[in-house]
Design a protein around this ligand. Sequence first.
Ligand SMILES: C[S@@+](CC[C@H](N)C(=O)[O-])C[C@H]1O[C@@H](n2cnc3c(N)ncnc32)[C@H](O)[C@@H]1O
Length: 404
Amino acid sequence: MRFHKNLTDGVIEALEKIFNEGAYADRALESLLKHNRQWGSRDRGFVAETVYEIVRWKRLYAEIAGAASPYSRADLYRILGAWALLKGHSLPAWPEFSGLEEKEIRDLHANLVKQRKFRESVPDWLDRLGAESLGEEAWTRELEALNQQAPVVLRANTLRTTPEALRTQLEKEGFKTDFIEGYPWALKLQQRANVFRTQAFRDGWFEVQDASSQKVAPFLEAGPGMRVVDACAGAGGKTLHLAALMENRGQLLALDVYPAKLEELQRRARRAGAYNIEARAITSSKVVKRLEGKADRVLIDAPCSGLGVLRRNPDAKWKLDPGFVETVCQTQRDLLREYSRMVKPGGKVVYATCSILPAENHLQVAEFLEGEAGKGFRLLKEEAVFPSREGFDGFYMAQLERVG
Ligand SMILES: C[S@@+](CC[C@H](N)C(=O)[O-])C[C@H]1O[C@@H](n2cnc3c(N)ncnc32)[C@H](O)[C@@H]1O
């Protein structure tokens, strides 16, 4: 591979924003690519992949490069150089890479990877928390899986098409996909690509949605004609799937505390041809109170640590802290208690997270069921999805029935 200075400068600019200014990796990249429209698709691919690789393996490469936060440009270039040498690329004779010796770097690497926290690049606190929560062996396995690059998975929107017709259409547009056994609406791209420019996307034939995430809406068993509340709807990943499963019939209320997310949801709903969705911002506790005992189904896709989706958001490793995990657990506790009341007797609630931590998952549900608010509920089924086993994101879902 030949390095081009304008591209490596772009990589360094994005890393500075992500590591030193706390920018989200996807946003930093989006803005960089927007400002460099002259880059061709290969160049864009190089920049995006290099940034994500370095974000994913930050701790390992920073240690090898002897760089400490906040990183100077010289630090970041040394990190980039160490990454490139370990990938087998030869470095151009630029002053930014001077002093980087391949043998020395390989020796340092061989030594560091003996420790999981360097090999898998995680902060100490997270490594401890994961090992304490899941056990050493399971945590090692999950961390390794969470550091793989995620495949691009689409969900065929059955309000507009079928998985088979979508596959044919995408092939016509130059994108090869495979069905995934056990995931009826999922198509996996054979090669990573930007599918948002396709006619199929513009026509609302699919959403990009990980295979594990596609399990959540069916878990709620919502059908046409029901009154369904998606209590933490965000930009609507699960809401759109629910609308399709409800065949556009019945009422689907999408709630969230952030109106901007709901606006995005409404844009997506129009494209998807989902017409039974009503988006409502939670501006006060009254919004939820008025719905008490009214819904046939309630989905609580709770805010969480996001530890199950680190493959997609590797920068979360560096942005999370123990305080955030504690706060989010408290929020989950509150939401489970308050939002479950929206379901009517005989109705069902699904509590879901994209985390693999028991404290956010089955322990949270067990605590709810033991408490006062959980007295009228019973657990019908639960499923924990682990990236090492399924090859997709980590998720958890529990289906509860209101019996009293
Ligand atoms: C895991 S995300 C939901 C993702 C979304 N369901 C999807 O499939 O795309 C959690 C959502 O909960 C929202 N949230 C946070 N606090 C909330 C609260 N108190 N009540 C309702 N929603 C909340 C966040 O804004 C975020 O959109």
